[in-house]
Design a protein around this ligand. Structure first.
Ligand code: COA
Ligand code: AMP
Length: 640
């Protein structure tokens, strides 16, 4: 079947489409129907089924005789080690950790926070939770104690599973002080933590609270998989919204299994037993879906890579990993390729490696700029597929379905909607816009299986954030257009979310931190264009009248505060102290105008601006930071 036929078959009969896809999953009680729209606009999938995620990702492959197949390859240039774990070993390790959780009183529905670097035990931890129906919430290691505390207070976990440290180039990130700090800040207390001691930086365990990863499992019988209802939450993943309070995106169990399995063959074009590599981090949705769950559900070998695209040890690392592990499909963020291109512009290093195993490169997480796509195509000699999705969707909304049919690539477009997604571009009043017209990108409800059914204990916030602007649609928060051939183009976010090196961050959260500085009267944070990371946050602060502290010190405080509160991943280093912020006459800060000034792009003076002269000061203050001068690269116009 062609892509058009597959997509049409879903449109004609979504229920039949998803019930057929559900045939790939091993059910304890099979579903009698796919969609449950009894509480529309809140939709649930496969609600009357019973199923276990870990069984489908691990045990069933062992039961089918593939226990010797490699499930996880851990390749760590940070420690100079490579190790492999078969499906049988993964089953054993997962079942023992699950037994330890059970022995300590963790039950189905309890939450468990996972705070771990890129080690195979991170996947073991996720799977051990889903094995017993506990709901995990993985927190990215680059977040600081405060962000961890916010998540602890929202998820109210029974336990934290962590490692003693993460490894960043040139420094060890000790996790224990971060965990201690977070637990001190949080109102909620956990019953216990389980800590994986890494030889690079073991930590002292707090008696009565911290347990050793290995010791806690000793002498236990492996725990069986616990079947849960189809709409039981498998995990919560916090993501940035417009305020400092992150959104707890909930993923259900059955829809997640069905949808992820479908994508491995149809989007990523890999067969069971083949090696799939997503170079991301378990702390992000890409890590959840495509380092951990999807490749394992589909019986692939997944690569857990602990390193960076450059500097570990050089810009040839990706090519080495592809060669050494015979990677078939590779997924990363465009920023990683921009980093490689900057170090090795001619692609000289790739000549030392044989990457003939590779079929295609998949890019997502941020806009794939045409320069980077062309460079990757030229250097690697394989198709480069941009695809578009978000934490909320959990799997690609718009992609090139290479496993069904490789559609012609239009550089700048992530291609076409996947089955399940009826994507429309809407005007402010909610009317559908004609082809080629820029508007808000929305998905007609219901969203397909595997997407978020709600936000964790925040149904009203879910409704307000996603369902209320355009009744009958899910609002993606992205703006763009669909061309006459049905190709989608993503142009910008419609909210205050920015994307820094493929990491989704909230400028609102950073503003909340800056506002806590005793000398700061008012502030704004915007995302400015950066040739490596796509965007960087830039802060503007107005000080209180009579402040005597030098501006440079206030700026340095601000940088430190964001790093300490949100984490190094915010990459917040640009601060300008200004007398006033540009505002409309009604007091709204003109952030878009500030972005245009910083990026050196043309803009129309807002008619409602209170005092245009303020813009000159903004320009003067950001020039020393290297911004506000000549125009940087503009987004490529879509080819319609
Ligand atoms: N734990 C602790 N700190 C972390 C971290 C982690 N897991 N991940 C990143 N950090 C720190 C970095 O050490 C850096 O700290 P520094 O300010 O002291 O240097 C800071 O957070 C910013 O990190 P990053 O944005 O990753 O920048 P970088 O300069 O270290 O590397 C790239 C730049 C492009 C090489 C890197 O961002 C990259 O590999 N990106 C790939 C994108 C990706 O995987 N996205 C996930 C979604 S698909
Ligand atoms: P996250 O939830 O962290 O995956 O971030 C999702 C957001 O990243 C989307 O809403 C987009 O703004 C952006 N994004 C993801 N993939 C792409 C893409 N292929 N092209 C442009 N933007 C993207």
């Amino acid at each position: 079947m062609s892509y058009a036929e597959v997509y049409q078959s879903w449109k004609d009969d979504p229920e039949a489409f998803w019930m057929e896809a559900a045939g790939a999953i091993d059910w304890d009680t099979p579903p009698s129907r796919a969609l449950d729209d009894g509480a529309a606009p809140f939709h649930r999938w496969f609600t009357d089924a019973r199923v276990n995620t870990c069984y489908n990702a691990v045990d069933r492959h062992v039961a089918a005789g593939h226990g010797d197949r490699v499930a996880i390859i851990h390749d760590s240039p940070m420690t100079g080690s490579v190790s492999k774990m078969t499906y049988a070993e993964l089953q054993n390790r997962t079942a023992l950790l699950a037994a330890a959780l059970t022995a300590k009183g963790v039950e189905t529905g309890d939450r468990v926070i996972i705070y771990m670097p890129m080690v195979p035990e991170a996947l073991v931890a996720m799977l051990a939770c889903t094995r017993i129906g506990a709901i995990h919430s993985v927190v990215f290691g680059g977040f600081a104690a405060h962000e961890l505390a916010v998540r602890i207070d929202d998820a109210k976990p029974r336990a934290i599973l962590a490692a003693s440290c993460g490894l960043e180039p040139g420094r060890v990130v000790a996790y224990k002080p971060l965990i201690d700090g977070a637990l001190e800040q949080a109102a909620h207390a956990v019953d216990f933590t389980i800590i994986l001691q890494r030889p690079q930086h073991p930590c002292a365990l707090t008696p009565g609270r911290d347990l050793d990863w290995n010791a806690v499992q000793e002498g236990l019988e492996p725990a069986p998989c616990v079947p849960v209802p189809g709409d039981h939450p498998a995990y919560i993943l916090y993501t940035s919204g417009t305020t400092g309070a992150p959104k707890g995106v909930v993923r259900d169990t059955a829809g997640h299994l069905v949808a992820l399995h479908w994508t491995m063959r149809n989007v990523y074009n890999v067969a069971p037993g083949e090696v799939f590599w997503a170079a991301s981090d378990v702390g992000w949705v890409v890590g959840h879906s495509y380092i951990c769950y999807a490749p394992l559900i589909a019986g692939n070998t997944t690569v857990v890579f602990e390193g960076k695209p450059v500097g570990t040890p050089d810009a040839g690392t990706f090519w080495r990993v592809i060669q050494d592990h015979e990677v078939r499909s590779f997924f990363t963020a465009p920023t990683a390729f921009r980093a490689i291109k900057r170090e090795d512009p001619t692609g000289a290093l790739i000549k030392d490696y044989d990457i003939s195993s590779l079929r295609a490169l998949y890019l997502a997480g941020e806009r794939a700029d045409p320069d980077t796509v062309h460079w990757a195509q030229r250097t690697m000699g394989v198709p480069v597929y941009d695809h578009w999705w978000q934490t909320e969707s959990g799997w690609p909304m718009v992609a090139n379905p290479a496993g069904i049919e490789a559609l012609p690539v239009k550089v700048g477009s992530p291609t076409k909607p996947m089955p399940g997604y009826d994507i429309r571009v809407l005007g402010e009043d909610g009317t559908e816009l004609p082809a080629g017209t820029l508007g808000a990108i929305a998905v007609k409800l219901p969203l397909p299986p595997g997407t978020l059914p709600t936000l964790w204990q925040a149904e009203e916030r879910f409704r307000k954030s996603y369902l209320s602007t355009f009744p009958g649609y899910y609002e993606t928060g992205d703006a763009g257009l669909i061309d006459e051939d049905g190709y989608l183009y993503i142009m910008a976010r419609t909210d205050d979310v920015i994307n820094v090196a493929g990491h989704r961050l909230s400028t609102g959260a950073m503003e909340e931190v800056l506002a806590n500085h005793p000398d700061v009267a008012e502030c704004a944070v915007i995302g400015v264009t950066d040739p490596l990371k796509g965007q960087l946050p830039m802060g503007f602060v107005c000080t209180n009248k009579g402040t005597t502290r030098p501006e440079a010190e206030i700026a340095a405080d601000c940088v430190r505060m964001v790093r300490d509160s949100i984490g190094p991943v915010a990459a917040f280093k640009l601060v300008a102290v200004v007398n006033r912020l540009p505002k409309t006459r009604s007091g709204k800060i003109l952030r878009r105008t500030m972005v245009a000034i910083a990026d050196g792009s043309d803009f129309r003076m807002p008619a409602t601006i209170d005092d245009p002269a303020i813009l000159d000061e903004i320009r003067d203050r950001i020039r020393p930071l290297g911004y506000g001068g000549t125009a940087l690269e503009e987004p490529a116009p879509p080819r319609t």
